[in-house]
Design a binder for this molecule. Structure first.
Ligand SMILES: [Zn+2]
Length: 94
């Protein structure tokens, strides 16, 4: 019993001095004042702003609109498919 405890390996000593390269940018990022990033290009902007420029705002909104249009298309496609299925069911069910 006693001997087993004594035979445990001691922890290997950690090399000291290499901690600088271990944590590169993280600390720097956390030190920066609160800010936001442009929704379009990811550039740093003020807290009150949404985009870094008018172009970014337009591009982002265009993309959102396109996405919405696509979603609507999928939605109506699904509804049309459903209606078609119901029609077939009702006409052939009897
Ligand atoms: Zn931007």
């Amino acid at each position: 019993m006693e001997r087993n405890r004594l035979e445990r390996f001691p922890r290997p000593a950690q090399p000291v001095g290499s901690s600088k390269s271990a944590r590169p940018v993280r600390a720097d990022v956390e030190r920066v004042a609160p800010h936001k990033h442009c929704s379009e290009c990811g550039k740093e902007i003020g807290l009150k702003d949404e985009y870094s420029s008018k172009e970014c705002e337009k591009a982002h909104k265009d993309r959102q609109a396109a996405k919405k249009r696509q979603l609507l298309l999928v939605y109506f496609g699904g509804v049309a498919l459903f209606a078609l299925a119901m029609l077939l069911l009702l006409s052939g069910g009897r």
